[in-house]
Design a protein around this ligand. Structure first.
Ligand SMILES: *Cc1c(COP(=O)(O)O)cnc(C)c1O
Length: 410
């Protein structure tokens, strides 16, 4: 058994293997063994390990300019922000958020065609993207209107405020008191949501699919109701797309499956294919609640990180990553559902969970899969999460299913 380095804080259990190299869907450990990576570093390396376009972009940028601070202009962040704005809004009927999705009642001015629909703040992680959304919601809501309502079973990050937004009370215990202004409702319970929307509420924060909560997609009915309730009461609908965003679910963003239009979208995991970067997008009218000095970051949007994001988004667009994820996800989901030992397959695109038969523990199953050369994650005590790279091949899918079928054999 390996042990965690005594030089590291004991926040993680001892690692079962140590990886030293990766290429595409394949990882190598320090003993020279290779593995199929069907976790992608928790949905991060969506283009696979060591993608040449990302590696080249990083190498070129490292030799050009790494960092100058946000006191000065750089060229890449605005370009990446414009691409994100396009991908978030491209599906809107006329390319712009409709007046009915506006949290402020009354007719809305349409932006000029060349104007952005929304604006982006770059940061370094998913939790930070959510922190930006919380501060924006408070600034937009004004005095007395600061509460964020999220779902039980959700995950929004580990900073104190993101931890409080995370609907897992057992994770809160040791760190009380947490920042005030967060409350939770049962997942997909529309009447509970409605009851929670008192006048102090500034925002509703939802994952389109609970990721860490077991890969549980929201119902269309609930997400449409959330949008309607937010519209009626002038509340922001913030979607945490940190795990679901950027093609993973078979659409550019998870919300695009449900016919809703958010006011704020947070993202991170796959945006840099492994380079730390997060982003918070908000409709222009909402974003403009911030004025200079309200929010800042030393590293966010620095040239190295956004050069990775620019390469990622270019490759995703060239490869039509949403379509790739949808097709590969259909193949993988169908094969998994046919395995003995699998009770249910759920999720969208290439964010899937297999619920195991009652006699199988997921920790055990994940450990046996790792020994057999397949990296998957026990997302709950009874379910495995599969989130392979979006460019995974049919052969790799078949091989992974073959390994799982042996691992789960009764
Ligand atoms: C992973 C995750 C986060 C936190 O991201 P970090 O980069 O670890 O801070 C937030 N929300 C969701 C939905 C996530 O899956």
């Amino acid at each position: 058994m390996r042990i965690l380095s005594p030089f590291l804080m004991p926040t993680y259990p001892a690692p079962p293997v140590t990886f030293v190299r990766g290429e595409g869907t394949v990882l190598w450990d320090d003993q020279g063994r290779c593995y199929l990576d069907f976790l992608s570093g928790l949905g991060v390396t969506s283009l696979g390990h060591s993608h040449p376009a990302v590696a080249e972009a990083l190498a070129a940028q490292a030799g050009t300019l790494l960092h100058v601070s946000n006191l000065y202009g750089t060229t890449i962040a605005p370009e990446v922000a414009a691409t994100l704005d396009h991908l978030i809004c491209a599906h809107y009927p006329d390319g712009a958020p409709t007046p009915s999705s506006s949290p402020r009642r009354g007719p809305q001015p349409r932006p000029a065609p060349s104007a952005p629909h929304g604006r982006v703040f770059f940061c370094n992680s998913g939790a930070e993207a959510n922190e930006c959304a919380f501060k924006l919601a408070r600034k937009w809501g004004g005095p007395g209107r600061h509460v964020v309502v999220s779902a039980y079973g959700s995950f929004h990050g580990r900073t104190l405020a993101a931890l409080h937004a995370t609907g897992q009370p057992e994770k809160h215990e040791a760190f009380q008191p947490l920042p005030e202004g967060f409350r939770h409702v049962a997942w997909c319970d529309t009447s509970a949501l409605e009851a929670a929307l008192t006048p102090e509420v500034a925002a509703v924060l939802l994952e389109p699919i609970l990721g860490e909560g077991g890969v549980r997609p929201g119902t269309t009915e609930f997400l449409l109701a959330a949008r309607r309730l937010c519209d009626e009461r002038g509340i922001l609908l913030v979607l945490d797309e940190v795990q679901t965003g950027l093609a993973r679910t078979g659409r550019w963003f998870g919300f695009q499956h449900f016919g809703i239009e958010p006011d704020v979208v947070t993202m991170a995991k796959s945006l840099g294919n492994g380079v730390p970067i997060g982003a918070c997008w908000a409709r222009a009218e909402v974003a403009d609640a911030f004025v200079p000095g309200d929010h800042a970051t030393t590293f966010g949007g620095q040239p190295l990180a956004v050069s990775a994001a620019r390469a990622v988004l270019r490759v995703m667009q060239e490869e039509d990553a949403p379509a790739r994820a949808a097709a590969a996800g259909a193949r993988l989901g169908k094969a998994l559902a046919a395995l003995p030992g699998v009770a249910e397959v759920r999720g969208l695109g290439l964010l899937l969970a297999v619920e195991l038969m009652p006699d199988q523990g997921s920790r055990d199953a994940a450990a046996r899969a790792l020994e057999a050369g397949l990296v998957v994650n026990p997302v709950t005590s009874t379910a495995l999460r599969l989130a392979p790279p979006l460019l995974v091949s049919d052969e790799e899918i078949d091989e992974a299913v073959d390994i799982l079928s042996r691992v789960l054999e009764p």
